[in-house]
Design a protein around this ligand. Structure first.
Ligand code: FES
Ligand code: FES
Length: 159
């Protein structure tokens, strides 16, 4: 069955006809060519597909595109401003929070989502918050450091 969907993606209005079964991750990647949102498992385990819906981190392989109707979706392509990295991206760069980079967009989006939920989380709380995001390369140590620094950077920008 075909459905019409209107939503906002990275600040831009988008309208499309989609199959009712279309997953948000496939809509973003295949229709909008926003391929920074990765598919690592397709079964809501790895977190590589994480995006923000109305500021909340969600696994876009676990959401139908139609469920994002009239919502604000943000992908990794939408977080930098005029070529300047988002404070969380800058922290991942500075603290070597990535190696192959496959998990990184999802990690960054989950970390940005965490900012709306917790102020000054401990390393333990960051690990808990990221337990749905898998990384095969880094051992997580530098990711946790990056997220902590990124949250501090975000706090400075908004205060
Ligand atoms: S692709 Fe969505 S959680 Fe792995
Ligand atoms: S940096 Fe390679 S999977 Fe995380």
């Amino acid at each position: 069955m075909k459905l019409s969907v209107s939503l906002t993606v990275n600040g831009k209005p988008v309208c499309a006809e989609i199959e009712s079964r279309t997953l948000l991750v496939d809509f973003l990647r295949d229709r909008l060519r926003l391929t920074g949102t990765h598919i690592g498992c397709d079964t809501a385990q790895c977190g590589a597909c994480t995006v923000l819906i109305d500021g909340k981190a969600v696994k876009s392989c676990n959401v139908l595109a139609i469920q994002a109707r009239d919502r604000q979706v943000t992908t990794i392509e939408g977080v930098a401003t005029n070529g300047t990295l988002h404070p969380m991206q800058a922290a991942f760069k500075q603290h070597h929070g990535l190696q192959c980079g496959f998990c990184t967009p999802g990690m960054v989006m989950s970390a940005i989502g965490l900012a709306a939920e917790t102020k000054n989380p401990t390393a333990e709380q960051i690990r808990e918050a990221l337990d749905g995001n898998f990384c095969r390369c880094t051992g997580y140590h530098n990711i946790v450091k990056s997220v902590k620094a990124g949250l501090e950077n975000m706090e400075k920008v908004t205060s």
